[in-house]
Design a protein around this ligand. Structure first.
Ligand code: FSX
Ligand code: F3S
Length: 357
């Protein structure tokens, strides 16, 4: 940790950061002050490294620090170092077989726009992507052959990534690839996978294809193959950071991250959007935008009355933002639509009506 150029040594452990940290409020083990202390003593061990994943990067610790230490930046630096180390172990390069069913390709598009690491680095240095219909050059029969060869060659070792929902009504005829229903392909590829990552709300919970009246009987991966070996990374689209941070966690610690009851990593989905939101002070002061474009909206007031679902949605977008642009829907003036939760879209619509309390 010698290369840190931050002034963490100025920290005198006053715990101002811990006092405002929304992550600490729900899990006592995560304590920015303690992390600064451990860093000071140069005693960073594996369990401290695991805790670094939980920082949502909301930055509430920065303005309260009397010494301008910026715990958020220090934790990010430490976490990036652990991730860099995990990714640099090339013998651990995980093999991915990525399948797309009933989707809009937004999950893949989001990954293509990730900035750190870039898609170029991800594909060339971090993962061994054996099959991905959107990204591979092959198509048709050639592509099919690659798929079956990859399953054979990497049996029991590959990570199967599923994007999109799976229609199960009428024997799954509403989504076929190479003449085979998605539901059958999923069962086959899941059987020999080391683990399965459902990426995007469609793959996790059915998402938009499963919205009422769900004419195709669309479901999420869990409803086809069960919860075993499964990690859900929801969002419509999901934040690619959470997908990559999960892969990095698996590589760095050789185990699953802690998951919630919906199989979502707690480091990313353990807290509410609302807890990290930059408009939270306005919510507490009851300063709300009443209509789009009114004075309150222009001043950045809370979007609750415009239908914001941040109070009932578990995700870290408010902190980590999206794809390096340092923005996110609420930051750009649009209410959160609750896309990381089960039963999105039905449960979260109408989008522009306030959550009933
Ligand atoms: Fe679903 Fe992926 Fe929503 Fe789209 O492809 S999670 S519709 S933005 O992105 O599957
Ligand atoms: Fe909560 Fe208002 Fe933000 S409802 S998520 S503080 S816009």
């Amino acid at each position: 940790m010698d290369s840190i150029s931050f002034d963490f040594e100025l920290c005198f452990k006053c715990a101002s950061c811990s006092g405002v940290c929304p992550v600490k409020k729900r899990m006592d083990e995560f304590d920015p002050r303690k992390i600064m202390h451990i860093l000071h003593l140069n005693l960073i061990d594996t369990s401290t490294k695991e805790l670094l994943w939980y920082c949502a990067q909301c930055g509430k610790c920065v303005p309260v620090c009397p010494m301008n230490v910026k715990p958020k930046e220090i934790i990010k630096f430490l976490r990036d170092s652990v991730i860099e180390e995990a990714f640099s172990k090339s013998n651990l390069k995980p093999t991915l077989i990525w399948l797309q069913f009933m989707d809009c390709t937004g999950c893949t598009e989001a990954l293509l726009r990730n900035d750190n690491p870039s898609i170029k680095k991800i594909l060339l240095d971090i993962v061994n992507l054996e099959y991905h219909e959107t990204l591979m050059a092959a198509s048709g029969k050639q592509a099919e052959e690659v798929f079956y060869q990859a399953i054979e060659k990497y049996k029991g070792k590959y990570i199967c990534v599923i994007e999109g929902a799976i229609p199960v009504k009428n024997k799954g005829i509403y989504c076929k690839i190479g003449g085979k229903p998605a539901v059958e392909i999923l069962k086959k590829v899941a059987r020999h996978a080391k683990l399965i990552i459902a990426i995007g709300t469609c793959a996790c919970f059915g998402g938009i294809p499963a919205a009422v009246p769900n004419p195709t009987g669309a479901v999420g991966v869990k409803d086809v193959i069960g919860k075993n070996k499964l990690i859900n990374i929801p969002g419509c689209p999901p934040n690619p950071y959470n997908f990559l941070a999960t892969i990095a966690y698996l590589l760095a610690f050789n185990k699953f991250p802690l998951l919630d009851e919906f199989k979502r990593p707690k480091f990313a989905y353990g807290g509410l959007v609302h807890d990290y939101c930059e408009r939270l002070d306005y919510y507490e002061e009851e300063k709300f935008a009443e209509t789009f474009g009114d004075r309150g909206h222009r001043k950045g007031y809370c979007l609750f009355k415009l239908g914001c679902k941040g109070t009932i949605t578990h995700a870290n977008c408010a902190g980590i933002k999206f794809c390096g642009v340092q923005s996110w829907p609420v930051g750009a003036g649009h209410p959160c639509i609750g896309c990381t939760e089960p039963h999105f879209w039905d449960k979260m619509s109408p989008f522009y009506e306030p959550v009933k309390t």
